[in-house]
Design a protein around this ligand. Structure first.
Ligand SMILES: N[C@@H](CCC(=O)N[C@@H](CS)C(=O)NCC(=O)O)C(=O)O
Length: 202
């Protein structure tokens, strides 16, 4: 399987971390997210939406959307439970991540770190503050009740939300008031075969 990605992207890191933890071999094909490569014709044939990550399976088929790819890869493992309700809880957090967390926290990191905080994005950045903190509050409340987001077991819901939460500070979000998130971040780091973003491809 090939993963087309940029390891600076949390959405791409999700897949590298999951593959390491499930012992799934992959070939990483680097795509520079800042160069506009994802919007060129050759790439649009892989994902018409022009975004990474994309995987190409051994039979040639392509799949995009980080959380959908994680569901595909985690099928049959403990990271995606078979039980109907337990699985739906995992999906609940995957959808939460994409709709209520990533657009605020990941995009803030992108503006601050990768675009170098340009003046013409300051209003946009400020508008992400309140919904970003609201998402962190929802996570913290859940993590006051359970060890992991979808319950007592580590699942792909934790990978999905770890990817950008552990870097929230780079987008200007403080985790100081979120003790349960801090404890959970440390627990994720202690999972077997955990790799940090910096080491995920080594
Ligand atoms: N919902 C998508 C988001 C993917 C996404 O936004 N990817 C960014 C990098 S993190 C990208 O490819 N940006 C390049 C572009 O939009 O041209 C997913 O979870 O995979």
């Amino acid at each position: 399987m090939k993963i087309f990605g940029d390891i600076r992207s949390g959405n791409c890191y999700k897949l590298a971390l999951l593959c390491r933890q499930l012992n799934i071999p992959f070939e990483w094909v680097p795509v520079d997210v800042l160069s506009g490569e994802t919007r060129k014709q050759g790439f649009l044939e892989k994902n018409p939406n022009g975004r990474i990550p994309v995987v190409q399976l051994d039979d040639g088929r392509y799949l995009s959307e980080s959380n959908a790819i994680m569901c595909y890869l985690a099928e049959g493992s403990k990271m995606l439970p078979d039980d109907r309700f337990a699985r739906a809880m995992v999906l609940q957090w995957l959808f939460f991540e994409q709709y209520s967390h990533e657009p605020y926290i990941a995009v803030s990191i992108f503006i601050v770190k990768y675009l170098r905080n340009p003046a013409d994005r300051q209003l946009d950045l400020a508008a992400k503050r309140e919904p970003g903190y609201r998402a962190l509050g929802v996570m913290d409340e859940q993590l006051a009740e359970t060890d992991f987001l979808a319950g007592d077991d580590y699942t792909i819901a934790d990978i999905a939300l770890y990817a950008y939460t552990h870097r929230a500070k780079e987008g200007g979000f403080s985790l100081e008031d979120f003790a349960n998130i801090q404890r959970w971040l440390e627990t994720v780091r202690q999972q077997p075969e955990y790799v940090s973003m910096d080491n995920a491809l080594n």
